[in-house]
Design a protein around this ligand. Sequence first.
Ligand SMILES: [Zn+2]
Length: 62
Amino acid sequence: MVIVWIGIGLGILFAIVMIKKIIKTSPKIPFKFSLYCKKCGYKTNGLKCPRCENASKHQSWK
Ligand SMILES: [Zn+2]
């Protein structure tokens, strides 16, 4: 049964390493995606894209 515990321990270690890697690499990607509009690349600073909102709604802005 010792082997089972070693396996569980290795599994937890592996999971921790993977989570750390994801945390290290992930903050940049959502930040980039939220800064710029996915569709047109307009800088939105995490807000809704005014260009694409205009395109979908047309007359509501003016
Ligand atoms: Zn856009």
